[in-house]
Design a binder for this molecule. Structure first.
Ligand code: BES
Ligand code: MN
Ligand code: ZN
Length: 494
């Protein structure tokens, strides 16, 4: 997609389709008013008829545009004028893009960005437009034998702004939105790929491809022999039951001075989670191909960051493995020794994410990071607690937690903090080892984070439980690409 910032008058710009806002009760947005006056009130006439209902995201294509230099007018409902905020704007843009992507028009300009949107400036509105374009037209076709379906015809998208100052901001917003969208697309592709394709080895291949086109990004991959040398006993206990070799991928992005401590992102990369000997029930087990969504998020964030050439130092760690039962698999009650030296009683082999993350957190500390953030589809309890809307956030630093919460709200990719009080640690007591890998039914998301906290020294650390937010089930089953927007927003703020 080619994005362009447009400063000219809405009545004077040539395009196939002009996207113009209308509010509930027939109130016209800025551009709609200007255009209405030169097409002899055709827009107000619509509002007087029954053609367009109130509500955010209603659309209507008008063909009567004589007097204007464009062929079509796409009216988009924006809801009540005094309630028009970033979320409503995103929804309106999604509706407009959905309508557009089903047409053969190749050029459009959005005038919705001329509206006053509570809490959003020209930067944010342009960014949302670019992000939403990616999100709306994304299709996962890699596994369809006929992949020519559904490609949108639109080639250029103009974003209207009020003046030159706003244009500068909007250009920045477009760059950011396009990078976030591209990162999210990659995350979704990796998430949606089936586990027989997207193996740990396949993740290595895709990260190497990413690094090939990004001089500031390097990839190093540890194989199982090297993990054994590092004494990553927790990670290795998870991969014990599968024939598919585990990989530990180390991504390093150097965008700032070498002396600047990096942020470490750690993504759970279980490419399939059958539960191991603590086998999962068959219902919806296919969805456990998404159990590498944390890993996919780290790769997607790296993609966005390299596209933006952001001036940050970043370490991305991807522990990648399958969790399957077999004669070689770890058994409930087995005790393994983590890289940190702590012994872990594996009471439930289905609590494998925390095992691979524990060794990854230990490994991350060798980079002396300013902060460590792990991203994981870690607990079903998080879906029970927060549903599919907010990511669970737990942290040993309220400062870091606040930054991430703020980033999530700004990016419309929200999280919610859960407590990490010491009292919960008692649930992880083991009669035989230093720690048990499960803490009973109560507060499952918190005790999982408590387990992780045992492997964090003094470093600021946050844990994002994306079990609910990383994918959708049901008819729209598929990866969401979250929380790429939250994390990129956080990194942009550094
Ligand atoms: N990958 C799952 C978590 C999960 C479950 C994510 C359902 C999304 C939907 C994780 O490895 C797991 O199995 N967790 C167990 C932990 C339990 C054994 C303490 C869970 O949540 O049931
Ligand atoms: Mn599991
Ligand atoms: Zn899992």
């Amino acid at each position: 997609m080619r994005y362009q910032v447009k400063t000219g008058k809405p009545t004077e710009q040539r395009t196939d389709v002009a996207i113009v806002p209308v509010y509930d009760g027939g109130k016209l947005g800025t551009a709609a008013r200007a255009i209405d006056s030169v097409i002899s009130g055709a827009i107000s006439a619509v509002n007087k008829s029954a053609d367009l209902r109130d509500g955010v995201g209603q659309t209507l294509l008008l063909t009567q545009t004589e007097g204007c230099p464009f062929d079509r007018l796409l009216l988009v409902g924006c809801g009540p004028k005094d309630e028009f905020d970033g979320r409503a704007y995103r929804k309106a843009m999604r509706a407009a893009f959905t309508a557009l992507s089903g047409s053969n028009h190749t050029d459009a300009i959005s005038y919705v960005s001329l509206e006053r949107v509570a809490g959003s400036d020209a930067y944010r509105l342009a960014r949302i437009a670019a992000e939403t374009w990616h999100d709306t037209v994304y299709r996962f076709t890699a596994m369809k034998s006929n992949s020519k379906v559904d490609k949108p015809a639109l080639k250029t998208l103009g974003i209207a702004v009020r003046d030159r100052k706003a244009a500068t901001r909007a250009r920045r917003g477009i760059a950011h939105g396009d990078a976030i969208g591209a990162g999210q697309d990659l995350t979704r592709d990796l998430g949606n790929l089936p586990a027989n394709v997207c193996t740990p080895t396949y993740l290595v291949k895709r990260t190497r491809e990413l690094a090939k086109n990004a001089p500031k990004l390097t990839v190093q991959v540890l194989n199982e022999a090297e993990m054994r040398k590092l004494k990553m006993g927790a990670l290795l206990s998870v991969t014990a039951g599968t024939d598919e070799p585990a990989k530990f991928i180390v991504l390093r992005y150097r965008g700032a001075a070498a002396a600047k401590p990096p942020i470490a992102l750690i993504g759970k990369g279980i490419t399939f989670d059958a539960g191991g000997i603590s086998l999962k029930p068959p219902g919806a087990m296919d969805e456990m191909k998404f159990d590498m969504s944390g890993a996919a998020t780290v790769v997607g964030v790296m993609k966005a960051i390299t596209q933006l050439k952001l001036k940050v130092n970043l370490v991305g760690l991807v522990p990648a493995a399958e969790n399957l039962p077999s004669g070689k698999a770890t058994k409930p009650g087995d005790i393994v020794t983590a890289m940190s030296g702590q012994t872990i009683e594996v009471l439930n082999t289905d609590a494998e994410g925390r095992l691979i993350l524990s060794d990854s957190l230990t490994y991350a500390q060798r980079f002396k990071p300013a902060a460590m953030i792990d991203v994981a589809t870690l607990t079903g309890s998080c879906v029970v607690a927060l549903g599919k809307h907010r990511t669970g956030l737990l942290s040993n630093s309220n400062r870091l937690a606040k930054k991430l919460l703020d980033a999530g709200n700004a990016a419309d990719d929200p999280a919610w903090q859960l407590p990490l009080d010491d009292e919960y640690q008692a649930q992880l007591k083991s009669n035989f080892a230093d720690v048990a890998n499960v803490g009973g039914r109560d507060a499952g998301t918190i005790t999982a984070a408590c387990f992780l906290s045992r492997f964090v020294d003094g470093t600021d650390w946050a844990h994002l439980d994306i079990a609910g937010t990383a994918w959708r089930g049901g008819a729209r089953k598929g990866s969401t690409g979250r929380p790429v927007p939250l994390l990129v927003e956080f990194l942009l703020d550094q």
